[in-house]
Design a protein around this ligand. Structure first.
Ligand SMILES: Nc1ncnc2c1ncn2[C@@H]1O[C@H](COP(=O)(O)OP(=O)(O)OP(=O)(O)O)[C@@H](O)[C@H]1O
Ligand SMILES: [Mg+2]
Length: 277
């Protein structure tokens, strides 16, 4: 059987004395899409930053193995050299660098054709976008696409995609899903953080995270069912299960596989309440 490219063992993380990740165990395989699903604040980005080795995300416990080698204490640059890359939930703006150059930053040796192909894969024609500045004049959705194109052009061994769908309009989700599938077909291990049904369907494996704990790892359909009933810490935090399975609309969503949308909507409502409080 194929060996996992990434193995996370008993990983725990605290930030400012708050537990963020608790005893996380996870295996990610080459040429597979492994989705991570969880409500706002459940620890998805924190796990992504810990795998990438970002500053302030040194685990308190546990190990991260990449191709069997312990990388827990390697720097972000050393991990990048091994072929691990992260597409940020909120991509940075690189004032002054043309989009084409930004997308080609991780392409070594430089390869113009690969940059053009990557831009086309995210439906940004190179003729229109290649020489534009990767700055605040790009829309949120365009920046997300540029970020994805840069990851694709790089041909990493492990691509961590933190909500590549956020800010992407619903009609374009199919293109993003196709690109993610294409990366896996080309041998990349994709760790896909998402709230969207459309992208979960592209996954081979799904893990559910709830309040920093991985509750379940398995097939996408089973993951949906499990999530509705087992995210107890959120039940306690929210006072009630926003996706109460006795409600007719929840049962209907179950039947149409749209439950994740309901979960995402409930989380959005909760975030809205927190912001207006
Ligand atoms: N420096 C910090 N100090 C204290 N708590 C933190 C810190 N950074 C993150 N957190 C908390 O850790 C939890 C997990 O945050 P994280 O960004 O990983 O969530 P997420 O699952 O990616 O959420 P979202 O879906 O909103 O992107 C949140 O409750 C957040 O407030
Ligand atoms: Mg996040």
């Amino acid at each position: 059987m194929t060996e996992p490219i990434l193995k996370i063992e008993n990983l725990s993380l605290r930030r400012e004395d708050r537990p963020i990740l608790n005893d996380v165990n996870l295996e990610i395989y080459p040429a597979q899409v492994h989705a991570l699903l969880g409500l706002n604040g459940s620890g998805k980005s924190s796990l992504a930053y810990t795998i990438m080795g970002c500053e302030g995300y040194t685990p308190d416990r546990g190990r991260i193995l990449f191709e069997g080698k312990d990388i827990t204490h390697l720097s972000i640059t050393e991990r990048a050299r091994l072929g691990i890359t992260l597409a940020w939930q909120e991509p940075a703006r690189f004032e002054g660098i043309p989009v084409g150059k930004y997308v080609g930053l991780g392409v070594n040796p430089p390869d113009r054709e690969r940059v053009i192909q990557a831009l086309e894969a995210v439906a940004l024609p190179a003729k229109v976008y290649g020489y534009r500045s990767a700055d605040k004049t790009l829309s949120g959705g365009e920046r997300k696409r540029v970020e994805l194109a840069a990851v694709y052009a790089m041909r990493p061994r492990l691509a961590i995609l933190d909500e590549p769908d956020s800010g992407i309009d619903i009609l374009s989700l199919g293109e993003i899903a196709n690109l993610i599938r294409r990366m896996a077909i080309e041998g990349v291990a994709v760790f896909l953080i998402t709230h969207r049904d459309e992208l979960v369907e592209t996954a081979d494996v799904v893990s559910l995270i709830c309040a920093g704990t991985i509750l379940f790892t398995g097939k996408p359909l089973e993951a949906r069912r499990y999530f509705t009933s087992r995210c107890i810490p959120h039940l306690e935090a929210l006072g009630s299960q926003p996706w109460d399975t006795s409600k007719p609309e929840v049962q209907e969503a179950f039947a149409s596989n749209g439950l994740l949308k309901l979960v995402a909507q409930a989380a959005e409502r909760q975030t809205g309440k927190e912001q207006s409080a």
